[in-house]
Design a protein around this ligand. Structure first.
Ligand code: FES
Length: 115
């Protein structure tokens, strides 16, 4: 699935991007584009925990792909865990993240800035 999520104003004054309902996604990780940037939407350890992990490699910008429970970059084979985006073969490196909230309307929203 590759959806274009469009930003909209959030209640706190922080721009939030509507990612739709969790059930809209057939499986996770799910490929999404938020504010023109590609991400993987992943589920966290908790039942209603979600986050975005950048689909652009922090090494040199390769396209990060999902494969057999990990993310990997085909350019120089850095690999990343699918929960936090931590690099598995280069200590201290990780994918950029963006917080996701499951709000009372049942929809997921990307909030805040990438970090
Ligand atoms: S650009 Fe991804 S490992 Fe080098």
């Amino acid at each position: 699935m590759n959806e274009e999520a469009r930003g909209e104003a959030g209640g706190s004054g922080t721009e939030a991007a509507d990612l739709g309902f969790p059930a809209d996604y057939g499986s996770f990780p799910a490929s999404v584009t938020v504010d023109g940037t590609p991400y993987w939407l992943v589920r966290g350890e908790e039942e209603e925990e979600y986050r975005l992990l950048s689909a652009l490699c922090p090494h040199a910008g390769g396209d990060v792909r999902a494969h057999e429970g990990i993310f990997f970059c085909p350019l120089h084979f850095w690999t990343f865990d699918q929960a936090e985006g931590n690099c598995l073969n280069v200590p201290g490196e990780r994918l950029m993240r963006r917080k996701v909230e499951l709000r009372e309307d049942g929809r997921l929203y990307a909030v805040g800035l990438p970090y």
